[in-house]
Design a protein around this ligand. Sequence first.
Ligand SMILES: [Cu+2]
Length: 144
Amino acid sequence: VKKAMTILFVGVAVLAGCSTDGTTNDSGREIEIAMRDSFFRPGKVTVRAGSTVTFRFVNRGKLTHEAFIGDAGMQKDHEDEMRMANESDEGHGGEHGSMHDAVTVKPGRSATLTHRFGEPGTLQIGCHEPGHYAAGMKVTVTVR
Ligand SMILES: [Cu+2]
């Protein structure tokens, strides 16, 4: 918990630094997000429109988790795809590695996902392991 607080504090400090300079582009920024059973910490991040940000997901839980970046509609579509993949034995891609903007992270492992944020708006990073997204396992990403 202490570490998550530190990350949160650093994140806020970085944002505060950017707001004093309108031209700051935080491309190349890396944000660490912890995966727990079953939620992400921090649960909210803010990024700049037009920047490319790398998220490092560190799975500190005992379950496998996933991270998928997209808007609310894309989260719903991905949730449906994951449900279908879990229900049928065929066409079950395992790590679903062909899908960009999604990573699956086993307990004790970490993985990165780099995303370019276009227009201002609100996106989410959701975990679509069965039941996790419904349980609130998501990060709200404010793009501004
Ligand atoms: Cu999860």
